[in-house]
Ligand binder design. Structure first.
Ligand code: CP
Ligand code: NVA
Length: 313
């Protein structure tokens, strides 16, 4: 019997489900023509409350490449965004028109509510709390570059009370990638405790270690992957800039920290990136950087996610 699944966070996704998506994505990357009719007659609606380059264009392109269509729906001009309609009525209506919903929102609770009322699969295109599509694409990028997951170590430096960090914690710990988070002390910059405890549990199953340190050099030592993300995520108010730059500068990925990683370490950033903030230009534009492979893998991974969710629906 089929049971509809959503992609809201990776917390409740099994290792096998993640592997299936990554294998399908790898196949799609290699022979895209094989899937040119996979979404024929299907429509995706993409609800955006925040800006986007990669998520918007890769989802829409993915749908086009598979023979389907995608609708960009700006939340600020919707009855929902204007406070004229509930999530319930919006999602029940959309369920009568389209086949898939993707949403990029501020509050995570809102995407959970969408999934609760939806009659069709819902994909989280980023909330303040998590960014599962990014972590799946990142896992594919790690596998593309490193060949396997087991025993690899990913060091994440910077703002760790962060959607990408949370999703990497879930994803790496399930797939057997050791994860070390290097961030300033205090709850403003640390992963949420419930995510950490879930990652520690998953790590017991997969053999992955999960650590948080406030020493950036300890975090990157011998790491195979050095990852960072924006210090000013979309939901962070501009007035926090000065305090954040001060707290996070010791965690900037520069050439010195890259040199402490494994000799063939790769540098990752989900983008958008600011040179001179979370990493130096020398690092992001240097030979270890795979940031555009990551961006490309959003396309292949999301095509696989959409096919997988519709297969189960
Ligand atoms: N990495 C990512 O999600 O990028 P966008 O904000 O451009 O979609
Ligand atoms: N943490 C970043 C990710 C951007 C893709 C943000 O939320 O803005």
């Amino acid at each position: 019997m089929k049971t509809m699944i959503h992609l809201i966070t990776l917390k409740n996704w099994a290792r096998e489900q993640i592997e299936e998506v990554l294998d399908l994505a790898a196949d799609m990357k290699k022979v895209p023509e094989k899937f040119q009719d996979a979404m024929r007659g299907k429509v995706l609606v993409m609800i955006f409350e925040k800006p986007s380059l990669r998520t918007r264009v890769s989802f829409e392109t993915g749908m086009c490449q598979m023979g389907g269509d995608a609708i960009y729906y700006d939340m600020s001009t919707s009855p929902l965004g204007m406070g004229k309609e509930t999530i319930h009525d919006t999602i029940r209506t959309l369920s009568r028109y389209v086949d898939l919903i993707m949403a990029r929102l501020y509050e995570h609770e809102k995407i959970e509510e969408m999934a609760k009322y939806s009659e069709i699969p819902v994909i989280n295109g980023l909330t303040n709390f998590s960014h599962p599509c990014q972590a799946l694409a990142d896992l594919l990028t790690v596998r593309d570059h490193k060949g396997s997951f087991k025993g690899r170590t990913l060091a994440y430096l910077g703002d760790a009370k962060n959607n990408v960090t949370h999703s990497l914690l879930y994803g790496c710990s399930k797939m057997g990638v050791n994860i070390r988070v290097g961030c300033p002390e205090g709850e403003d910059y640390s992963p949420l405790p419930e995510v950490l405890s879930s990652a520690l549990e998953a790590g017991k199953q997969s053999g992955a270690s999960v650590k948080v340190t406030h020493n950036p050099f300890e975090a990157v030592e011998g790491a195979d992957i050095i990852y960072t993300d924006s210090w000013m995520s979309y939901h962070i108010p501009p007035e926090e800039l000065e305090a954040r730059v001060k707290a996070l500068t010791p965690f900037q990925v520069d050439a010195k920290k890259m040199a402490l990683g494994a000799p063939d370490a790769i540098f990752m950033n989900c983008l958008p990136a600011l040179r001179g903030c979370e990493q130096t230009a020398e690092v992001i534009d240097g030979p270890h950087s795979v940031v555009f492979d990551q961006a490309e893998n959003r396309l292949h991974t999301q095509k696989a996610i959409m096919v997988k969710l519709l297969e189960e629906a």
